[in-house]
Design a protein around this ligand. Structure first.
Ligand SMILES: NC(=O)c1ccc[n+]([C@@H]2O[C@H](COP(=O)([O-])OP(=O)(O)OC[C@H]3O[C@@H](n4cnc5c(N)ncnc54)[C@H](O)[C@@H]3O)[C@@H](O)[C@H]2O)c1
Ligand SMILES: [Fe+2]
Length: 404
């Protein structure tokens, strides 16, 4: 189907989503920020009267000892703590079911997630399934919960997904690897702690990959046709914070200023996700994750430069404005030059980061399925500034494969 036909087909559904966005109230988490914010969050959980807390995390963080001070802080306040550390990257419905069983066994009155987007997304769906009695699969789609979730608190251990602020959770099918979206305002946690003492444990490669995920959210949000003055403010700040701090955070893992900046950048971009959604970078990257197991942020890094180049003719003014606003291009510079400066800055950042950038795993034989799934995901769901047809996606895949 031509790009124009794809656009025309998408418009009615996008109009419904936009109208829904105007009537729905999008909640936000209370945010505690800075060193020891995670401990303060534990105190706050106890102060609010919760007495049986299930901590949801993964074996990596449990092994690193990241959970220990937080569990100790809760127990010091007479909170009974149970642990579920079975989350794996790109959590499946089985992971959510296991966590839900742990939640029921613990008779938890609140959940505390300590982890990256995978643990947070699993925790969100566990919280909603626990309160509604619905199966995790029954929650897939938009507004399927119809009730508040079990009180949910989160400590993000990566600075990337912004999931602590969004109304969405992504759960994968263990056989097909297809990612399903649960979208519900009830998924938004009550509170989040952005604490650099938690994120400083991230290895450089995870810092880089998750940081590029956050940058992609901010850039796709900036280019979204649903962007507004408020999302622009957050996404502008996010792009600046990430461009100025991601390389430092990778080089100097213990640099708490850079960790703080990355957490804020990721959070600001996350605050906009529910309004601006995402775009083709994510739609294509999700397929690379599903088929080849490429981690989410790394997949975004493979796709981002090519979708930026594709969007540029439709977004030149907007990209130029962003480049000038964040001081990359001088005031008064021509749009074409300013937009190009921003795209080149993204290329330089990607080249400077400890990222695996080879796209050799992408198979030509998979092109048609990847393309079909990416276009199905994007069209009618994402407010895209420029529409692709099948050949455009193939060109992006060719460009990804060309990086050895
Ligand atoms: N809900 C949303 O709005 C949203 C948005 C974007 C992405 N996502 C989803 O989030 C998931 C990706 O999350 P992610 O990128 O944060 O990665 P992740 O949670 O999958 O974690 C990646 C790896 O890093 C490790 N790790 C995490 N924090 C660490 C730390 N501080 N120290 C050492 N190791 C650490 C984890 O154990 C894991 O092995 C995907 O499933 C993606 O689909 C959700
Ligand atoms: Fe993402």
């Amino acid at each position: 189907m031509s790009a124009l036909a794809n656009r025309l087909k998408s418009l009615p559904q996008l109009a419904v989503i936009k109208a829904l966005g105007k009537v729905l109230t999008l909640p936000r988490p209370m945010v505690l920020f800075g060193e020891h914010a995670a401990i303060r969050l534990c105190d706050s959980i106890a102060d609010q009267g919760f007495r049986r807390v299930l901590v949801i995390s993964d074996e990596v963080l449990a092994g690193l000892g990241t959970l220990d001070p937080l569990v100790a802080a809760l127990e010091a306040r007479d909170v009974v703590v149970s642990l579920y550390t079975g989350v794996r990257p790109d959590p499946t419905f089985e992971v959510v079911e296991d966590g839900l069983a742990a939640c029921r066994r613990a008779r938890a009155d609140a959940l505390l997630v300590i982890g990256g987007g995978s643990a947070i997304d699993a925790g969100k769906v566990i919280a909603l399934a626990a309160s509604t009695g619905k199966s995790p699969q029954a929650l897939v789609g938009v507004l399927k919960g119809r009730q508040p979730a079990l009180p949910l608190f989160v400590v993000p251990s990566t600075s990337g997904t912004g999931s602590e602020a969004s109304v969405a959770a992504v759960i994968s099918d263990s056989v097909s690897h297809v990612k399903s979206l649960v979208v519900d305002p009830a998924l938004v946690p009550l509170a989040a702690a952005l604490d650099p003492l938690i994120t400083r444990g991230m290895p450089a490669s995870v810092t880089a990959e998750t940081g590029i995920d956050a940058l992609t959210h901010a850039l796709e949000g900036w280019m979204s046709t649903f962007a507004n003055a408020q999302t622009d403010g957050y996404n502008r700040a996010a792009v600046r914070l990430i461009l100025e701090n991601l390389e430092t955070a990778c080089r100097e893992p213990g640099n708490l200023k850079a960790r703080d900046a990355m957490a804020l950048g990721s959070h600001y971009a996350g605050l906009c996700l529910s309004t601006t959604a995402i775009g083709y970078v994510h739609a294509i990257a999700h397929q690379l994750g599903a088929r080849y197991g490429v981690p989410h942020g790394r997949a975004n890094a493979l796709v981002l430069p090519h979708v930026l180049a594709f969007n540029k003719p439709s977004c030149e003014k907007r990209l130029a404005l962003l480049a000038r606003d964040i001081g990359l291009a001088p005031a008064g510079s021509r749009d074409a030059e300013a937009a190009e400066t921003l795209c080149r800055r993204v290329d330089t950042l990607l080249a400077n980061l400890p990222l695996k950038r080879s796209g050799a795993q992408v198979q030509r034989a998979d092109y048609d399925r990847i393309t079909e799934d990416a276009l199905t995901e994007a069209h009618g769901m994402y407010p895209l500034p420029r529409y692709m047809d099948e050949r455009d996606v193939h060109r992006v895949l060719d460009a990804i494969r060309a990086v050895a």
